[in-house]
Design a protein around this ligand. Structure first.
Ligand code: URA
Length: 440
């Protein structure tokens, strides 16, 4: 295989021949293709895209590059939810135990914070002792016992994506519909799911900011899922502002626990229930189940109990569930107050995410250590009227200097004015049958 010729063909807008993507990915995983050639190929795909046949071959090549969870003869439906990435998005921490209480198995493989977006694994690891680095055998055994497990991508699972993703992250080649679709779907299909719900974040805080491209991404991933026998549904949800109030790992874990106690912010619960209802649908068929079933599980404390059991099973301190003050707490807390009367018109999620990284709560480089305690609580929402002196946000920082810098960033991220135009929280439902506009 002459790699430079393959790169040139893709660069010039031609499709690779059948078998060539498989061979290329195999050679890359075996380190027979250097990173610089793979980076050039990824950039060619960013500009030229992939044909449906090329995309299918790429997904299969990535999927078969490692081991998978295996469920032959398993009696239960297995469902998961995956978000494209956002700021303040802690819905996974609520949904995994909630849906497991509904008799569906939830083998949830999640990621770490990426760019300006937060990651489920970092949030879970803010709970002292919580282990996300489970082997596939450990994950399977916990799933059999509890019906839920939340873990990271193991070294044996889709190694092609581990390698390619790290390369894309540092070569400006993340933002590509076929590359994102192949990356996410190869990992999700390796979970051997029967149903998958995609949370396609849209807006300035998402990786794909253009709603038309978001829809294309959803349709691409749904086609891949359905072709592999996994019922796949996508919801387009707003990421033009952070979700919920808390942004930062331990702060978000605390907010998720509050949500499981029935005390979560309205927007967080709205998106959680919308995704949860879809998880029930892909797991049980169209009759699915309703929001009421999920609300009951929260009101009765069953979802919280399932979360407690999961924390304990994965080595975490279950006492945080009853006493979230046990989560790491930053030593410096500073308020940001409104300088005037007005309306909150925008809260820029990307700016908030970058400010968290500067506080130490995210990564600028893959091997950075994350400070779980730092972040923001922003209790206002676009459209809300505020008075002069009203609390807009609280900064949680390690020291005075970083708190001051974060306050400055937040002043630029939270815009006051006259008229807000926030996107609908959940705007579209996309399935293989087509696109449905929702009103919420
Ligand atoms: N998340 C992934 O896992 N892969 C991508 O390419 C983008 C977001």
């Amino acid at each position: 295989m002459m790699i430079p010729r393959l790169i040139e063909r893709k660069r010039d807008g031609h499709a690779l021949e059948p078998g060539e993507w498989r061979e290329l990915i195999g050679a890359y995983v075996a380190s027979r293709v250097p990173d610089y050639q793979m980076a050039a190929m990824a950039m060619a795909v960013v500009f030229q895209g992939l044909t449906p046949d090329e995309l299918n071959e790429l997904v299969d090549a990535m999927l078969t590059s490692g081991d998978r969870l295996e469920f032959t003869g398993y009696p239960m439906a297995r469902v998961d939810k995956h978000s494209i990435g956002g700021v303040g998005d802690k819905t996974s921490l609520l949904l995994a135990p909630l849906i497991a209480c509904c008799g569906l198995a939830v083998p949830m493989i999640s990621g770490r914070g990426l760019g300006h977006t937060g990651g489920t694994l970092d949030k879970l690891e803010s709970i002292a002792g919580f282990r996300t680095g489970l082997s596939l055998a450990e994950a399977r055994s916990q799933l059999d016992r509890l019906g839920v497990v939340m873990l990271g991508q193991t070294p044996e699972l889709v190694p092609a994506d581990r390698k390619l993703y790290a390369l894309r992250d540092v070569t400006g080649t993340v933002e590509s519909v076929p590359l994102i679709a192949a990356s996410i779907m190869s990992k999700k299909l390796a979970e051997d799911l029967t149903g998958l719900v995609l949370d396609i974040k849209t807006g300035s805080g998402a990786f794909i900011t253009d709603p038309v491209q978001s829809r294309r991404l959803a349709e691409t991933m749904i086609a891949i899922g359905e072709a592999h026998g996994c019922r796949t549904i996508g919801l387009l949800t707003a990421m033009d502002r952070p979700l919920g109030f808390a942004c930062g790992n331990a702060l978000e874990a605390a907010e998720a626990i509050a949500g499981l106690k029935g005390d979560g912010p309205a927007d967080l619960m709205e998106v959680t229930y919308a995704l949860g209802v879809e998880m029930l649908r892909v797991g049980r068929g169209e009759a699915g189940g309703g929001r009421r079933e999920l609300e009951n599980l929260i009101e009765s404390g069953r979802a919280l109990q399932k979360f407690r059991e999961m924390v304990e099973a994965q080595g975490g301190d279950p006492r945080v569930v009853d006493d979230p003050a046990r989560l790491p707490r930053a030593p410096v807390q500073r308020p940001l107050r409104s300088p005037e009367d007005g309306t909150v018109v925008r809260i820029e999620p990307r700016a908030v995410g970058h400010a968290i990284i500067r506080l130490g709560g995210g990564r600028a480089k893959a091997d950075d250590v994350v400070d779980p305690a730092v972040g923001f609580v922003i209790p206002v929402k676009p459209g809300q009227r505020v008075g002069r002196g009203q609390l807009l946000a609280t900064v949680h920082a390690r020291d005075d200097a970083s708190a001051e810098a974060a306050l400055q960033s937040l002043r630029k991220a939270i815009h006051l004015g006259e008229r807000a135009n926030p996107w609908p929280l959940v705007s579209h439902r996309i399935s293989k049958a087509g696109v449905e506009e929702l009103s919420s």
